[in-house]
Ligand binder design. Structure first.
Ligand code: SF4
Length: 278
């Protein structure tokens, strides 16, 4: 069986950077807290906790403590609250996400209505909303465009959660452009996501089976799986090697492996080793 591993599989630049910053900070200063999980992956979260970084649900007294901002970024109110409580802030927001923050702030100041294409409850989207006092519309898919609200807009600036699929974005954009006289679109899907998704347009067609490795809580992993499955019904989403079922590979000659942006390399290597042992 030939195993092809996507070149883009695994940690993206932003996640690698955030984990590096987190570990370096706790090693140097100790007493690091984080609001929520560093990334949507159980193994990574365990490693981060084992390093001594504390996940908290709310900020309390921050004297002598560091608040680590995760790669998804955070609303402006979190920074303000942390400073007020005496935290020192170490910001591991991905530079690509920061760029989205800058765009929405500028466009908002110029008087544009802001539209974010993304998952309403995702931390990254909440972080973007929190740059402009939550005064924006979030749209998840073309069927969910609130026509009443968009028809009142004269000019809108549209940004995209960094891990969205381009086809979904284009479908939403087409609806918006029919109803809003001026639409300024910034394609803020990040490069890591574009590369990953481009590979998922080809590999499922060239292989009998596709394995997508990542947490079921990871939005970008799920999206990757949806792309793979649309092109090849024998695509499977697995979290670890333990989820592999030998019957998936009966008569299979070639298998493609990819992984979400928050999937550690160890997990990918374990899956490859398990495939080889089949
Ligand atoms: S998926 Fe893209 S935007 Fe998000 S952390 Fe990774 S590189 Fe940054």
């Amino acid at each position: 069986m030939i195993i092809t591993v996507a070149t883009s599989a695994g940690f993206c630049f932003g996640v690698k950077r955030a984990i590096k910053i987190a570990l370096a900070t706790v090693e140097k200063s100790g007493n690091v807290e984080m609001l929520g999980d560093i990334v949507h992956n159980e193994q990574v979260v365990q490693n981060i906790e084992a390093a001594g970084i504390l996940k908290v649900d709310a900020l309390e007294s921050g004297t002598g403590k560091i608040l680590l901002i995760r790669s998804h970024g955070a609303p402006e109110s979190v920074y303000q609250e942390a400073r007020r409580l005496g935290y020192r802030i170490v910001d591991a927001t991905c530079p690509m996400v920061k760029e989205i923050h800058t765009i929405v702030r500028e466009r908002y100041a110029q008087g544009f209505s802001i539209i974010i294409i993304g998952d309403k409850d995702h931390d990254e989207v909440q972080g973007i909303l929190g740059q402009i006092g939550y005064d924006a519309l979030v749209i998840e898919n073309a069927d969910a465009v609130p026509l009443g609200a968009v028809q009142t807009m004269d000019r809108a600036a549209v940004v995209v959660q960094s891990t969205q699929a381009l086809a979904n974005v284009q479908a939403i954009l087409a609806v918006l452009e029919r109803h809003i006289p001026e639409v300024v679109f910034s394609n803020t899907i990040c490069r890591a996501t574009r590369e990953r998704q481009a590979e998922m347009e080809i590999l499922p067609l060239e292989n009998d089976v596709v394995l997508v490795i990542g947490s079921k809580t990871s939005a970008n992993t799920k999206r990757l799986y949806e792309l793979a499955h649309a092109a090849n019904a024998r695509s499977y989403l697995i979290q670890t090697r333990d989820d592999i079922k030998p019957q998936w590979f009966e008569g299979v000659q070639c298998v493609a492996v990819t992984a979400g942006a928050s999937t550690p390399d160890d997990t990918i290597q374990e899956v490859i080793a398990a495939l080889k042992s089949l």
